[in-house]
Ligand binder design. Structure first.
Ligand code: NDP
Length: 399
């Protein structure tokens, strides 16, 4: 049905390549390109069957990427490099007439700040070029946004309260490690918290608000209110929401280690001069920490991510909880990557499949909740991220 170019040979790229390779009737040809070609080659060799072509590309170099796109002529780029590359990859897609999908919104490298404004500003250019850009098609954002769209479509006349709850109850046996790119992860966690209430944003200190939330099959885990990008698009697309929050679990050891790293300045993104050389402390720390792609082998336990929603249906109050639990060991067995990469890579593959099958279409820039959630929800069950739901039971976030 179509050729795709996957950019980024990290943990998520490994899963996307594996999953696309399993569906030759949809992904007729696949190329995996990254800065380091040897990483692409290793992933392609593990998958085997000559399913994956590989290439070296610096996605920040727009002419170089445009040239690759013009030569390979994919129908869609699946961007699973880093958020810093988003705008450059969108520019190259416009220059070469290729559609675009990603899993994380743009962040400038020299400022720890993420918001959709930069990518939403491409709306007119993608419309004029009759191209589709699909933003935020991982798990969160991605599946959480689609869960919300599904709830809105099938269970509510008006949604009022949304809580996205994200638990990683896995254990990789390392003292301190992040589950995806350490630089992006630590920048996200050390930012001020933010949530939406009564028509405005409320700011908190980093990880200031926390409480135990009950996760299915896991039990109560201390969960921290954080700013997360899907809240921004969801409150725009569902204006009846009176409050929208995002919660993520962290173990006490993780928080303590992070505090120490912060206190000594190792999480800073301001360059310092060390022996005549400018280095960014957080980039140096990333070089010391375990590669998230290497965590899979001994990872036990599971993730649990879902949406807890309260609102009105037929004049009556209603609650709805929809979630997925994903086992790290199962993810590793299937793809060679741990659960956090798996829960991001599978939805990216399904989003690409929706586009190639014509189930999601349109010219312009879209967040995933703007598309029909039904075929995507059906494919989650089919391709490794089955979901569960509970209706009109007390929501654990409100206990
Ligand atoms: P990794 O750091 O493991 O992988 C990123 C890959 O991108 C690396 O292989 C790297 O290159 C490549 N890359 C970086 N810069 C460039 C560039 N200029 N040109 C080409 N390739 C480049 O990250 P993850 O796989 O963990 O995460 C990938 C993306 O997924 C991130 O954007 C992350 O924010 C997002 N994510 C989204 C989630 C969601 O649920 N929505 C959850 C988790 C992650 P190389 O190694 O070849 O040098």
């Amino acid at each position: 049905m179509g050729k795709v170019l996957i950019i980024g040979a990290g943990g998520v790229g490994t899963v996307v390549a594996n999953k696309c390779a399993q569906l030759p009737e949809v992904f007729t040809e696949i190329m995996l390109a990254s800065r380091t070609k040897s990483k692409c080659d290793a992933i392609a060799a593990r998958i085997g069957g000559n399913r994956i072509q590989t290439a070296a590309v610096d996605a920040d170099n727009v002419p170089e990427l445009t040239k690759l796109l013009l030569e390979y002529k994919p129908k869609l780029v699946i961007n699973v490099a880093l958020p810093y590359q988003d705008l450059h990859i969108m520019d190259a897609c416009l220059a070469a007439g290729v559609n675009y999908l990603d899993t994380a919104n743009y962040e400038p490298i020299d400022e720890a700040k993420f918001e959709y404004s930069w990518q939403w500003a491409y709306q007119d250019r993608f419309k004029a070029a009759r191209l589709t850009a699909i933003l935020g098609c991982g798990f969160d954002p991605g599946v959480t946004s689609i869960y919300t769209a599904y709830a809105a479509k099938h269970y509510f006349d008006e949604m009022h309260y949304l809580d996205i709850v994200d638990c990683n109850a896995g254990d990789h046996g390392k003292y301190f490690a992040t589950n995806f790119n350490p630089e992006i992860n630590i920048r996200e966690i050390t930012q001020d918290g933010l949530y939406w209430e009564n028509g405005k944003w409320v700011e908190t200190k980093p990880l200031e608000i926390h409480k135990p939330i009950e996760y299915p099959n896991i039990g109560p885990r201390e969960s921290y209110l954080m700013h997360h990008e899907e809240i921004e698009s969801l409150v725009k697309n569902y204006p009846t929401l009176k409050r929208a929050r995002f919660w993520m679990t962290f173990g006490q050891r993780y928080i303590t280690a992070l505090e120490v790293l912060q206190e000594v300045g190792l999480t800073s993104i301001k360059p310092i001069n060390y022996q005549g050389m400018d280095i960014v402390p957080l980039q140096f720390l990333k070089a010391l920490l375990p590669d998230p792609g290497s965590l899979g082998e001994n990872y036990v336990g599971e993730t649990s991510i879902g949406c807890q929603i309260r609102g009105i249906k037929d004049g009556k109050e209603k609650t709805y909880f929809v979630w997925n639990n994903c086992s790290h060991a199962e993810a590793y067995k299937e793809t060679g990557a741990q659960g956090v990469s798996y829960t991001t890579g599978v939805p990216a593959m399904i989003g690409a499949k929706m586009f190639l099958e014509g189930k999601w279409s349109g010219a312009g820039v879209f967040n995933v909740e703007e598309f029909n959630p039904d075929p995507f929800m059906a494919d989650l069950n089919k391709y490794g991220l089955p979901w569960n739901e509970e209706i009109d039971k007390p929501l654990s976030v409100e206990k």
